[in-house]
Design a protein around this ligand. Structure first.
Ligand SMILES: Nc1nc2c(ncn2[C@@H]2O[C@H](COP(=O)(O)OP(=O)(O)OP(=O)(O)O)[C@@H](O)[C@H]2O)c(=O)[nH]1
Ligand SMILES: [Mg+2]
Length: 628
């Protein structure tokens, strides 16, 4: 092929295949992107575009799509895949070539999908991925015979090792050079059940003729699953894993956190020494270092939590956890498929709410969206950690349990518990007579986590956190510093200057409403910028107390809190943040995904009510117990 063959037109490729077959891994290998890859079905829920150049210099657009077993479009994510393949998306032509990705170790349903795709008349190229695993297991596939039987070219690949990727680029060129004229998929209609069954029979026949299974089946997964999926032992293992995770968050992160917070403290002192007293010094010391710095200190915790989650995901454990939780979640009226979205919400409710696209039933999906913000997102970690470190002694109980980690574990459990309870109530009042469909989730095989992909995942999360610190949090901190500094105290005024500021006025105006929860005006005013992102509340407290306390308080917000708040207030503040209705971006995503403002308002109001009541009860009880 010469350069002259290459037209200037872009060539369009789309990746289609069963969930968890390695589409995104292949997409990343071809385009150099870093889209999320994990060992469970339903990771990709959106259409993602990327680009690469073929050896002949052809510009190719590649689409990564959610996994699907058929073109029937049962759930929003499956509809996306179907519409892209058929060219039904507005403003987007059908792909010139559809890459069908098959997991070589699990071909049955994918071959049926390939036969179904053939009916659309689009040009196809089949990629048998995970060929390394197939070979290791002794599955032997006659690739040429399979290609002949399907009537479609077939190649093999190992996406995570980039094997087969070069060949794929070459084949793309060949296809593009000999592009057949294809009719648009207008005439396509969904297949009937009996037609699907006929396709399955044909797929099974092709497998019998072209695939030889090993004489000794792989038993490791089966043996491990016998323990891990056991109704009692399995749940105990799950609880233990989560427990260890929170212990680690406190004990491993401590030295790093102290290092960071000491450095910020030293930086603040340096600024105070170098710069003359005045606006600039106060801005740098109280606004930037005490404000943004007090949030940044929590980077180690964020990294440790994600390290755990990503390892478990890649290992293939998360789908098992979903399976285990299905019964408990079912009791609360939740569909088993809600597990992965709820799990993603531990990172942040936004990807969690988007992940509900894998739920085909509208009611199940809505319930999951409404309760996703109750899962403890990573933005709450700074709030929890700050209060716990300041008020809960770093003691060991029963010999080996770190008390601070235990409290953190308890806060997460409270979040999960209230999500289950909320789901129960929602189902009870809205859809009492509705039974969720049985849960079908394919359990992936266990895989050793790949270091590189874990490292990418953790750095991506850390970067996102730092970006938030540099944008949302920073701008909110500038705002709160401004509010807390102006207007300045009149000459000869008594008491801290902050008492004359706008922040104090706003805080004191709202204080009566929050006083029954034990919140003083400083807390009240910190809750407002916390609307932008929950961890901003920590930074805002840092700034407010730094300005109030003068020079010496700037680096030690935890100490400032410990001396100014009662334990009852601290506990009430924690209770507030289990629910913490204030996250503007989550509310916006709820509106987008449900397509209605109503559900956004409902979410805000019910979470606000829960937060208020929980704090009220906590404060009242704690005071009665003499902790006020
Ligand atoms: N050993 C091996 N593992 C692979 C290969 N390709 C992908 N994986 C792993 O398989 C899992 C699934 O990969 P993804 O790329 O997320 O799969 P996907 O098809 O995009 O999945 P969904 O988005 O959920 O439909 C991940 O744990 C990958 O690391 C391969 O060729 N060999
Ligand atoms: Mg994917």
């Amino acid at each position: 092929m010469t350069d002259a063959d290459v037209t200037n037109e872009r060539f369009h490729l789309a990746l289609v295949g069963a969930p968890n077959s390695g589409k995104t891994s292949l997409f990343n290998a071809l385009t150099g992107s870093r889209q999320k890859v994990a060992n469970y079905a339903g990771v990709t829920v959106e259409r993602k575009a990327g680009a690469f150049v073929t050896p002949a210099g052809r510009q190719v657009t590649l689409l990564d799509l959610p996994g699907t077993y058929s073109l029937r479009g049962r759930s929003p994510d499956e509809e996306i895949t179907r519409d892209v393949v058929l060219g039904k998306r507005p403003g987007e032509a059908a792909p010139d070539l559809v890459l069908c990705i098959a997991d070589a170790t699990n071909l049955r349903l994918t071959l049926r999908l390939i036969l179904e795709l053939k009916r659309t008349g689009r040009p196809l190229l089949v990629v048998l991925n995970m060929f390394d695993i197939a070979q290791r297991r002794g599955v032997s596939i006659d690739v040429d015979a399979m290609s002949a039987a399907l009537g479609v070219p077939v190649i093999t690949s190992i996406a995570v090792k980039k094997a087969g990727v070069e060949q794929l680029r070459h084949r793309t060129d060949e296809f593009a050079a000999n592009m057949p004229a294809v009719a648009a998929g207008d005439g396509w209609t969904p297949l009937s059940l009996s037609e699907m069954k006929a396709l399955q029979r044909e797929a099974d026949r092709i497998i019998r003729e072209t695939v030889t299974m090993p004489t000794k089946p792989d038993t490791l997964t089966t043996r491990v699953d016998a323990v891990v999926l056991h109704p009692v032992a399995g749940l105990a293992i799950l609880a233990l894993i989560l427990f260890v995770m929170f212990q680690a968050v406190f004990s491993w992160a401590q030295p790093l956190m102290e290092l960071l917070s000491d450095s910020f403290g030293a930086l603040g002192t340096l600024v105070a020494q170098v710069l003359p007293e005045g606006i600039l010094q106060s801005f740098l010391q109280n606004g930037l270092i005490a404000g943004v710095g007090s949030v940044l200190v929590f980077l180690p915790q964020i990294i440790i939590i994600f390290l755990f989650i990503l390892l478990l995901e890649d290992f293939g454990y998360m789908a098992r956890a979903a399976f285990l939780m299905d019964r408990i979640m079912g009791g609360a009226g939740l569909h088993g498929r809600a597990f992965i979205p709820l799990l993603s919400s531990f990172a942040c409710a936004i990807p969690g709410i988007m992940a509900t696209r894998v739920i085909d039933n509208r009611r199940d999906r809505l319930t999951t969206i409404l309760i996703a913000p109750l899962m403890t997102c990573s933005a709450r970690i700074p709030v929890y950690t700050l209060i716990i470190s300041a008020f809960i002694p770093a003691e060991t109980v029963w010999g080996w349990i770190n008390l601070q980690g235990l409290v953190m574990f308890g806060l997460y459990v409270a979040g999960i518990g209230s999500a289950l309870a909320a789901s129960f109530v929602i189902k009870f009042f809205m859809w009492r007579d509705y039974q969720p469909a049985p849960f079908m989730l394919e359990l992936p095989d266990y895989k050793l986590p790949r270091l590189k992909s874990i490292a990418i995942g953790v750095t991506t999360r850390a970067k996102m956190f730092l970006q938030r610190a540099g944008t949302t949090i920073l701008s909110m901190m500038i705002l709160i510093w401004f509010l807390a500094s102006f207007p300045q105290a009149p000459a000869g005024a008594e008491g801290p200057a902050i008492n004359y500021s706008l922040a104090a006025m706003i805080g004191k105006f709202l204080e009566p409403f929050f006083a029954p929860l034990g919140f003083n005006w400083q807390i009240t005013v910190a809750l407002i910028p916390g609307m932008a992102a929950r961890e901003v509340a920590v930074g805002a407290l840092g700034t407010v107390y730094a300005i109030e306390g003068g020079k010496e308080a700037a680096d030690a917000i935890g100490q400032a809190l410990a001396s100014k708040w009662s334990l009852a207030t601290a506990l009430s503040f924690l209770a507030w943040f289990i629910f913490a209705p204030q996250c503007a971006s989550t509310l916006a995503v709820i509106r987008r995904e449900t397509g209605s403002t109503k559900w956004m308002v409902v979410t805000f109001l019910y979470m606000f009510a829960l937060a208020y009541v929980a704090s009220l009860i906590t404060y009242t009880v704690a005071k009665a117990a003499g902790l006020g």
